[in-house]
Design a protein around this ligand. Structure first.
Ligand SMILES: Cc1ncc(COP(=O)(O)O)c(C=O)c1O
Length: 416
């Protein structure tokens, strides 16, 4: 079997062609459910599946196709104008002073950027500290590179904030890197500056590398400051920040992301870029330039997601057996359903009872057990969105009733 010739990590992967994959949110399974009429609230894809694009972005990308200019690779890899716009944007929003051609690398989406950011540093046996729960790719990327996953737990009781002591406890001579999803997916937590300063001191003191995934850095709610790890003293040289146009600008299908780092890092990444990632779609990069130049559409975008997170919180928190903290960023809700059953049981219940697919918290790490992730940013119509959340709410109430839980039996905790 050709698979016997694969690395042990790849040998154990299953893509759903030869075995039924249990997880509802991957591969064929999710497509089948959608064909059967299920509503998908499991793709972190703004307003999915509705067609929605800022007109000026559509115009720029479409014109570049119609006039033939985007049929070519961008030369060099990564549209130089896009890098200039990104540098301007990050100066305005993050206070970073970047040299567009030396500090920015355009990638085909930030998933590839995330993988690529880790690649130069991780070899067999290197330990990678990853916050648990966090984005599943962090765990998988580490395994693919032969690294060792070191899970650093965060807890609901601590509002999912970082505690540097949890990192310190797990430090060994093999520790090489910290991977941080900030704001965190699935918890939506925006890590507070004080804990990030502690983490930065820990990273510097122990000569580690930081990969920070900021795909969800916009929108952030309640005026919580979005601290830039790369801007903290001593961190620029050892931080690779991975960003995306998918979440904060609602352009997920364009597949445009980027890495921001010191030119010592970018130089090496640049050298291997053609072989490992290739170039990013040229028309999509032109669309991304238009999105950066006129960001007026983002005001409404942020407002919609802000009002939705409140709606979800009001509908779901306090259902017997259900607790949540209101989202701090993005368009996800992270909901503790452990009072009703395991994550997978509740996911299966919502599919069969409400026809809605959400994510099992198990996918996000050991500390995701007992949670579900709801992508409340899907569907463009507010009515459709509310109908879906109301259906989840009713369905969870039915499950609570079946479990013999009532509001009286519940000790309602205001977790905010
Ligand atoms: C935390 C996080 N980072 C990165 C990505 C990758 O996004 P993209 O490749 O579309 O930029 C995702 C997608 O779900 C994500 O949730």
């Amino acid at each position: 079997m050709i698979t016997d010739l694969m690395t042990p990590v790849f040998r154990q992967f299953e893509g759903g062609l030869f075995a039924e994959i249990e997880k509802a949110d991957v591969g064929d399974g999710v497509v089948r459910l959608q064909e059967q009429g299920a509503t998908l609230m499991c793709w972190a894809d703004p307003f999915y599946p509705d067609p929605i694009i800022p007109p000026h972005v559509a115009k720029a990308a479409a014109e570049s196709i119609l006039d033939g200019s985007s049929v070519h690779y961008t030369m060099p890899i990564g549209n130089p104008e896009l890098k200039v716009e990104i540098a301007r944007h990050l100066k305005a929003t993050a206070g970073l002073n970047l040299e567009p051609q030396r500090n920015i690398l355009i990638t085909p989406g930030s998933d590839s950027g995330l993988f690529y950011a880790m690649l130069p540093f991780i070899e067999a046996g290197d330990e990678v500290m990853i916050v648990d729960p966090s984005y599943p790719n962090n765990f998988q990327n580490t395994l693919i590179m032969g690294g060792v996953i070191v899970r650093v737990p965060i807890y609901a009781e601590n509002h999912w904030q970082l505690d540097v002591k949890e990192f310190e406890k797990r430090l060994t001579p093999k520790t090489k890197m910290v991977v941080l999803t900030h704001p965190n997916n699935p918890t939506t937590t925006v890590f507070r500056e004080e804990s990030l300063r502690d983490l930065a001191d820990f990273i510097i003191k122990n000569d580690l590398v930081l990969v920070v995934d900021q795909a969800f850095e916009f929108p952030v709610f309640d005026g919580i400051p979005m601290t830039q790890m790369a801007a903290l003293e001593g961190m620029w040289e050892r931080t690779l920040t991975v960003r995306s146009f998918s979440k904060g600008m609602g352009l997920s299908g364009f597949r445009v992301g980027y890495i921001v780092a010191d030119d010592q890092v970018i130089d090496k990444l640049y050298a291997a870029m053609v072989t490992v990632l290739g170039a990013t779609n040229s028309a999509a990069q032109i669309g991304a330039i238009a999105a950066l130049r006129d960001q007026s559409f983002l005001e409404n975008y942020a407002r919609v997601h802000e009002s939705r997170r409140t709606y979800v919180y009001e509908q779901l928190h306090g259902i017997p057996g259900v607790r949540m903290q209101i989202s701090e960023s993005g368009f996800l809700s992270w909901v503790d359903v452990s009072g009703l059953g395991s994550s997978n049981e509740v996911v299966a219940h919502l599919i069969s009872d409400a026809g809605i697919v959400v994510n099992s918290g198990d996918n996000y790490g050991e500390n995701g057990k007992g949670y579900i992730r709801i992508v409340h940013g899907v569907l463009s119509s507010e009515m459709d969105f509310q109908a879906a959340i109301n259906a989840i709410s009713a369905s969870l109430r039915r499950l609570a009733e079946a479990r013999g839980l009532t509001a009286q039996t519940e000790n309602k905790v205001a977790a905010r």
